[in-house]
Ligand binder design. Sequence first.
Ligand SMILES: NC(=O)c1ccc[n+]([C@@H]2O[C@H](COP(=O)([O-])OP(=O)(O)OC[C@H]3O[C@@H](n4cnc5c(N)ncnc54)[C@H](OP(=O)(O)O)[C@@H]3O)[C@@H](O)[C@H]2O)c1
Length: 374
Amino acid sequence: MNLAVLGATGSIGRQTLAVARRRGDRVVALAARRAGPEFWQLVEEFRPEAYSYDEGSGEAAFGRRLSGPSALTELALWPTVDTVVLAVTGFDGLPPLLAAVGAGRRVAAATKEAIIAGGDLLRDAVARGLLVPVDSEHAAAFQLLGGRPPQTVRRLIITTSGGALRDWPLERLSDATPEDALRHPNWSMGPLVTIDSATLMNKGIELIEAHVLFGLPLERLDVWIHPTQIVHALCETVDGALYASLARPDMRLPIEQALAYPDVPEGALRPLEPEDMSELRFARPDALRYPSLRLCRDAGTIGGTMPAVLTAVDQVAVQAFLSGEIGFGSIVPLIASVLDRHEVVVSPDFAALKAADAWARRQAQVLLRGSEAR
Ligand SMILES: NC(=O)c1ccc[n+]([C@@H]2O[C@H](COP(=O)([O-])OP(=O)(O)OC[C@H]3O[C@@H](n4cnc5c(N)ncnc54)[C@H](OP(=O)(O)O)[C@@H]3O)[C@@H](O)[C@H]2O)c1
C-alpha cells in the first residue's frame, strides 16, 4: 500500500512508520513541520515521491519538496497515494482531510481536532467508510459498533486513565507544573495530547469525535475512568448487555487496524493473558476534578463552529501552560471564557470554520494578555 504520512516525526507518525516497515508499505509522501535530523533520516529511508516541511532548510536529491499552506493537501492528493495517515496536530489537519475524503481516498485519521472541527462536513466521508479512526478508543468502538444496528446501541463508553494528575488532591491541582502533567501513566504521546489527558480535555474532545464518527447523540456517549486502559471502549445494547474491546495500550494496533481495514491484521499485537487483566477497575469521572467534560459536551451539543473554537483555544491554553504563562488550573477556565464569547455559526462551511479557528486563537491571546477587548 502507498501511504502519505502527515505528521511523520510525531508520536503517531513514528508509530505509523514502524507499522509501515512491518507491513512493507511504501511511504510515497511525508510531512512534518520542521526539517530536523529525524525528518531527513526518514526522507533518506523512505525516499518519498514528495515531502513537505515549513521550518528548516535542505532538499533531498530525489522527490519533490512542497511547502506552504497547501502542502499537506497536495500530499494527501498525491496521485500514487492509496491511504492518507493524518497525524498532524490541530486544525491544520482539516484541509487535507476534507480534500482526501472528497477525492474518495481512505484516511486513517488520528487528528481529533480536525475531525471535531469538520463535524457535519465529514458526514458523507463517514457514511462512505472513508474516515477510519486511529484514536485507540474510537478504533475499539469502530470494531464494537461494526454491523450493529444503531437503534440497538443504548450507550457507547470510552475509557480514560484519568491522566497524570488523577490521584492528586483536588486542592493541589492548580499547582501542577508542566513536568507533573506531562507524566502520563500509560501512553507516550505528543505534549498537547498529554496535557489534554491531564485536564481530560482530550477525553471531552474524544466524546465529540465519537459523536462525529458514529453519529450517536452526546447523551448516549459516556466516559469512564479505567486506570490500566486495557479496555478501550464499551458498547451497551438496549437489552442491557455490555460488550467491551480489550487490548494492550499500544497505538500500533489501531494504526495497523486502520491501515488494514476491513482486513484484520494478523499478529499486530501480543494478545492479552489473564495476568494482564487482574486490574479491571472503573470509576465515574469527578465533575469537580474534570470540569472539561461538561464544557466539551456543551460545545459538542451546540455544534456548528463551537468545536473548532474549543480545540483552537485548547491549543493556545496548553501552549500558555507549557511556557509558564498560566497555571494548570487556568487552562479550562480560559477555554470556557472564549467559548462564552463565541457567536456560533450553525452550519459552517470550511471558510467559516477557518475564521472561527483564527478568531478563537486571537481571542485567547487577548484574554491571556488580560484585555477584555473583543
Ligand atoms: N500520540 C498519541 O498516542 C495519539 C493518540 C490518539 C490521537 N492522537 C492525535 O494525533 C494527532 C498527532 O498527535 P501526536 O501525539 O503524534 O503529536 P506530536 O507528537 O506533536 O506530532 C505531530 C506531528 O505533526 C507535525 N505537524 C504538526 N503540525 C503540522 C503542520 N501544520 N504541517 C506539517 N506537519 C505538522 C509535527 O511536526 P514537528 O514535530 O516538526 O512540529 C509532528 O510530526 C493529534 O491530533 C492527537 O490528538 C495522538
